[in-house]
Design a protein around this ligand. Sequence first.
Ligand code: ZN
Length: 397
Amino acid sequence: MNLKIAKWKNNAISPVIFMIDDIANVVMKKSQDDNLYIGEDWGHFCKEKNSMWDFLYNNLLSKFPEIKTTFFLVTDSRVPMRLNESYTYTEPIDKNKNFMEFLQYLDKKSNVELAYHGTSHGKAAKEYDDFLQEWETFNSLEEAIGQTNKGKELFKKVLGHYPSGGKYCGYQAGDFGDESIAKTQFKWWSYNYDYLKWDKNHDNKEYTFDLNMNQGVVNIPTTVDASTLSLKIIKKLFKRKYLKSLYLFLVKRKTIEGHIESLYQNKEVISLYEHSSPYRTDKVIQYPNIISDIDNLNYLFSLLSKKDVWYATCDELANYYIDRNNIDIKINNNNFKLLSKTPLTDQITLLSDSKQELYLYDSKENLIQKSISKENKQLFTYKFKINENYTILENKI
Ligand SMILES: [Zn+2]
């Protein structure tokens, strides 16, 4: 019998991750009146009309219920971009009961993950270019660990558990970032703007958009800037982002579709990166953002819905990766055992080359499941126990 672990769950070709940065207890009004307009909320207005969640849910998530979203949460009062600026509203996540309940509601949804994204996001300066991203403000490893643990406690106070992973503010690690992340017990982290390798025509053939380990932490790359518009989004014709996409196509023969197809062909992670709101305190529109990119997001997710992909949160993806790397399969005729130093955290998919349907039994001869046939392979997706004897047969006992 031949049996191996599928690269991704259900032997899908690529995982799809939807990352949204900067959900926070923040409002940035652009209008003068008291009404809430689309784009002004960063999360504070919970499920109210025109809130961030109301917009995202009604314009995207309800149309593609298979999407799994990982939000990156700023835990404390977020600082403005420049010293003399301010948000309309910015408070820690434990300031209002409503907002705490909203975060708990999101956290309990099986298709949403809340991850860590610092405390204040950084330190404002006189000029925007001098803004220090949170991990750049730390002067020692102890300071980085101390502040990150403080942020994690605030997260736990509201949600009842620590975050499983997170992302640097502005993807800036500072001098102590990676070591502080390894020493604050994160399972996974999103370290880099990996998509820039594509954008800037990075010629390093060694570079992949795959997962890897960094000091014991799973590195989940950010591979797609979702504000790179498809040239089919003609509503955005003559907008800056559209012209940039047109330039990429005309000069470099690159399209967002081509990039996604290349990730897919290489069985790499398709992680779409977004922000919760377009508005910063300096009145500059921050890209990517779910409001400006909504048509592009609808287009990209409809493109992905025709592919064999696995929608996952970052936590689910990290679990699969860790389990896959830790397991050895020991096969003896029709029996097998999985060996690992740690128990499996989640389901994994085993696959066999058999064209014929197969049956999986536990050590007491109880039928666990019939295989799923997919492209002349047989799949079993199950939360296996380490060291337990399993049997695979061509016929039912
Ligand atoms: Zn951020």
